[in-house]
Design a protein around this ligand. Structure first.
Ligand code: CTP
Ligand code: CA
Length: 227
């Protein structure tokens, strides 16, 4: 599977990966969610284990077997994911935010199942979720921890332009930008991306298995980890 750096080049490193997609409850039986399968995040966790890292995987609603050797923490909503990430990343060497975090959540969660009332349906008022990635980079900067932080972005158009702007806005070291639409990326085994660096670099990753993309991401992280 691997074609990245030497085996065990992440030995002694602690990395945290988020995976899957958050679900924002509407009532006890319904949620707002997205189509993220968690496969890219799971591939990142599995390849990091293979390269010797100690791996914590924060999984949001993923229906996949736990990657062997990773410490898995399950979460549901964006706010649960935020709490888990803030707790797990304090001593991490690297953090990869592969999870699709819902931008918005219902402002209020009905305590009982919402019923058809016979009249016009009620709109669902939304509140904005915290930006976990931006918060993690602010915390890293505040503590000068030297942690390497990687974000993911899925864009349908103006991929590089939107990617560069997002990288700057989030303050992360690397942003893995996927072009989506036309059946690409979500729920498929293969992936294709460009990885933008805060240092101005752009690394093309050809179409291939998500494990290969994961290994290339860890190569780029490894290069940036200072002793
Ligand atoms: N992200 C996050 N918290 C959020 C939203 C996104 O941590 N509330 C993270 C994602 O995990 C991903 C990166 O930020 O690593 C980019 O997500 P994306 O949805 O592309 O960025 P947004 O800032 O939400 O911008 P957009 O309006 O394009 O959705
Ligand atoms: Ca978003």
């Amino acid at each position: 599977l691997r074609r990245g750096g030497p085996a065990s080049d992440l030995a002694g490193r602690h990395v945290v990966v988020s995976a899957g997609g958050t679900r924002e409850p509407i009532d006890p039986v319904r949620f707002l969610g997205n189509r993220s399968s968690g496969r890219q995040g799971y591939a990142l966790a599995a390849t990091a284990v293979a390269r010797g890292a100690s791996v914590t995987l924060v999984a949001a609603n993923v229906d996949l077997p736990d990657p062997a050797g990773a410490d898995v923490r399950r979460v549901g909503s964006a706010r649960e994911l935020r709490a888990a990430m803030l707790a797990e990343t304090t001593r991490a060497d690297a953090v990869v935010m592969a999870a699709a975090v819902a931008d918005f959540r219902p402002e209020t969660v009905a305590t009982a199942k919402i019923k058809k009332s016979g009249g016009a349906p009620q709109p669902i008022a939304l509140a904005e979720n915290p930006d976990v990635l931006a918060e993690l980079t602010r915390e890293r900067d505040r503590t000068a921890s030297g942690q390497i932080i990687v974000g993911f972005a899925a864009e349908t158009d103006h991929v590089l332009e939107h990617g560069r702007a997002k990288l700057a806005r989030k303050g992360c070291d690397l942003l893995v930008v996927n072009q989506v639409g036309e059946g690409r990326a979500f729920g498929t085994a293969d992936n294709q991306a460009v990885v933008l660096g805060a240092d101005g670099s752009a690394t093309d990753i050809p179409h291939g298995p998500k494990e290969d993309l994961a290994d290339r991401v860890w190569d780029l992280v490894r290069e940036r980890l200072v002793r």
